[in-house]
Design a protein around this ligand. Structure first.
Ligand code: GLA
Length: 362
């Protein structure tokens, strides 16, 4: 009895010491961990400014932020003569004060764009020239306001037709119907005119899917052939604990960087669910085995990013803590999800430590 207590007394401090020594080798935050590899970012939503925990977390870990909704056309330019800059100004102010870069998201997207943009005022589709003029006004007004303050823009978001919707290259959006395929190059040109120093990106989801990858390569090549200035492709990174495979992601990183542009992982989160699984099974708690599985997935993805850090210039999470993640309401409403590195109380999860560990490996 005495012997076993004595050996426990010796083992426990030794164990603690080992943990302390191994943690001491790890950096204490994400941005330091990847400082020689790529920028590391997160999105902030409308509520960030009232949440001091979130602000501290952001300052500690991230060197670049993206507005979750504040800069989409609907919120920032709800009516033709009406701009609502205040939420975006707040975010940019916070970023500048804390030496954090800002990504503008997004200038041209089929979603969260008000109906009037595509109409003539009498419920008919607007004419090509009218829509082009509106795009130019919108892009030049928004981009000029943040000249020198915003580092790069998702100029066009999700323009490619998802392979499950058809073989066409481009999504059948109102932009495409009214203007034609050249709306994409026009958006890039308008952004370039408004801020020649800002980086310009094309951003989309499912870009690790081989069929969508082929379409993305075709689109970027065609833009380059037309002389369009494009700095990077954003792979959204809305993944889950089952897919995509690391190999699929790697093939895409290689294919896109072979086009001579940077790759960015722009909207990363790893859902605990298969896409439309209706079961709300992690409302009360998540089994440790599932958190470990998520940690492994984050770890292997970050190992891959690190391996290709000469091709990847930024990795951004879509959110900061599980509490505010959009995945608690999409694609299944009110399904509690836990897709990020920090839990609902902003405490680091096993996934966080797996990401830090990946930073220390060669
Ligand atoms: C897409 C968009 C983002 C955001 C997410 C979900 O990925 O690019 O702006 O709307 O969907 O929140």
């Amino acid at each position: 009895m005495y012997k076993s207590i004595k050996s426990k007394c010796l083992i426990m401090p030794a164990l603690l010491l080992c943990i302390l020594i191994s943690c001491a080798r790890w950096p204490s935050n994400l941005k330091t961990a990847f400082k020689n590899d790529f920028q590391i970012g997160a999105t902030l939503g409308y509520r960030f400014n009232a949440d001091s925990t979130l602000k501290e977390l952001t300052k500690t870990h991230f060197n670049v932020i993206t507005p979750e909704n504040q800069m989409k056309w609907g919120p920032i330019h709800p009516k033709e003569e009406d701009y609502n800059f205040a939420p975006m100004d707040t975010l940019v102010g916070f970023a500048l004060q804390n030496n954090i870069k800002v990504i503008g998201h997004t200038l041209t997207w089929h979603s969260q764009t008000p109906g009037w943009v595509f109409e003539d005022g009498e419920n008919n589709p607007a004419k090509r020239g009218v829509l082009l003029q509106r795009m130019q006004n919108h892009i030049s007004t928004v981009v000029s306001r943040y000249n020198g303050k915003i580092h790069g823009y998702d100029v066009v978001n999700e323009a490619i037709c998802d392979p499950k919707d058809g073989p066409e290259l481009l999504r059948n959006s109102k932009y495409l119907q009214i203007i034609g395929p050249d709306y994409i190059e026009k958006a890039f040109q308008f952004a370039r005119q408004a801020d020649p120093d800002a980086q310009l990106y094309y951003n989309d989801y499912n870009l690790a899917n081989p069929d969508k990858r082929a379409k993305a390569v075709e689109l970027i090549k065609s833009l380059q052939n037309k002389g369009v200035h494009i700095d990077a492709i954003g792979m959204q990174g809305h993944w889950n604990i089952y897919e995509p495979t690391v190999e699929q992601v790697e093939k895409s990183i290689l294919a896109y960087s072979a086009l001579g542009i940077d790759v960015m992982i722009t909207e990363m989160d790893i859902s605990l669910f298969r896409h439309k699984d209706e079961r709300d099974i992690y409302r009360e708690s998540v089994p440790d085995s599932i958190l470990q599985l998520q940690a492994r997935r984050y770890g292997e993805m970050f190992k891959l990013f690190k391996k290709h850090s000469d091709r990847i210039s930024r990795v951004t999470f879509w959110g900061t803590t599980d509490k505010y993640s959009w995945l608690n309401n999409w694609p299944v409403r009110d399904r509690v999800n836990h897709p990020l590195l920090f839990d609902r109380g902003a405490k680091p999860k096993p996934a966080y430590f797996a990401v830090l560990k990946a930073a220390t490996e060669q």
